[in-house]
Design a protein around this ligand. Structure first.
Ligand code: SAM
Ligand code: ZN
Length: 283
């Protein structure tokens, strides 16, 4: 983390002027708004109260455990390959979670930098620990983002909320927005067993129509496989996702001897930023 590289991304959340390094562990704008950078090395630019809450520590622990076991490594590799083709200098991950995908996607060398953004301070704190060229920002994707225009070459968005108009502003002309969403059959067996919540059936269509005025779809990859999971991994998988909002992951009692086939199925979409926002709507 460096205050210099962190400030290069940022604008004031109040007056939208650039933020610069004004004192030790402080960034400020010309109007006089001033913000602490905490000792762990990230900045919190949430203004007012948000009605949205990020992932809890328990959910992030479950996510870290599940990802560390390598079950989503093919997705991590696919994201890394898509981003490598762009040769980006600035990668922004919105809804970064533990930083699992972002840290792997940073190209080698000293040039490329990344920013992990999440509404959860714990998530951002973990993300900046995942790589020494990753800075961190706590912000709400549904507010005007405290990020400068054209600050990112690539925006990564994995199973997280997105703000199309703001992504268009923050992405440089010609930049890539990479979005990963689950497909309808993702975790099918857990849904059938009542262990995971139902999912919106037309997620991909909804994604495309929500982005189409600002971005043109350029690529699509489907990644699916079946994994054979023990009870402990199933508990982590449930605990790290939306199902844990509906029932405490700790309340799920699974037979410790359980082994279950689980379908893992993702869509990876690449969207290219349109020059100007258009009025295109999907039929
Ligand atoms: C399902 S997790 C995905 C995390 C990470 N991308 C991954 O796949 O490992 C969704 C993430 O989005 C964050 N999030 C939820 N609402 C948000 C908001 N309004 N603004 C910013 N981040 C948000 C959560 O805190 C969480 O870390
Ligand atoms: Zn200001």
């Amino acid at each position: 983390m460096s205050l210099q590289t962190l400030s290069e991304w940022l604008r004031c959340p109040n007056c939208f002027l650039p933020l610069t390094h004004t004192a030790e562990l402080r960034l400020g704008c010309r109007t006089g708004h001033s913000f602490d950078v905490n000792k762990r090395g990230f900045i919190n630019l949430l203004t007012g109260s948000s009605k949205f809450i990020g992932d809890s520590v328990t959910m992030l622990d479950a996510r870290a455990r599940f990802l560390a076991a390598g079950w989503y490594e093919p997705l991590q590799s696919a994201i890394q390959a898509c981003i490598a083709e762009e040769h980006p200098n600035r990668i922004l991950d919105v809804g970064c979670g533990t930083g699992y995908y972002l840290s792997a996607a940073l190209p080698p060398g000293d040039e490329a930098r990344a920013l992990g953004m999440d509404i959860s301070p714990t998530a951002v704190s973990r993300t900046i620990r995942s790589h020494d060229r990753v800075d961190g920002l706590v912000a709400d994707v549904w507010s005007p983002l405290p990020l400068k225009g054209a600050a990112a070459d690539v925006i990564l968005n994995v199973f997280a909320p997105r703000n199309a108009a703001e992504f268009h502003r923050v992405l440089r002309p010609g930049g890539l927005l990479l979005v990963v969403i689950p497909r309808p059959s993702h975790l099918r067996e857990l849904r059938q067993a009542g262990l995971a919540v139902q999912m919106q059936a037309d997620k991909a269509a909804h994604l495309r129509s929500s982005l189409t005025s600002w971005f043109a779809q350029e690529s699509h990859q489907q990644l699916d496989r079946t994994v054979h999971l023990p009870a402990s991994e199933i508990a982590s998988l449930i605990g790290m996702g939306p199902s844990s909002h509906h029932r405490a992951a700790s309340s799920i009692v699974l037979d410790p001897a359980l082994m279950q086939d689980v379908t893992i199925d993702f869509d990876i979409f690449g969207f290219r930023r349109r020059e100007t926002a258009s009025c295109i709507t999907e039929a």
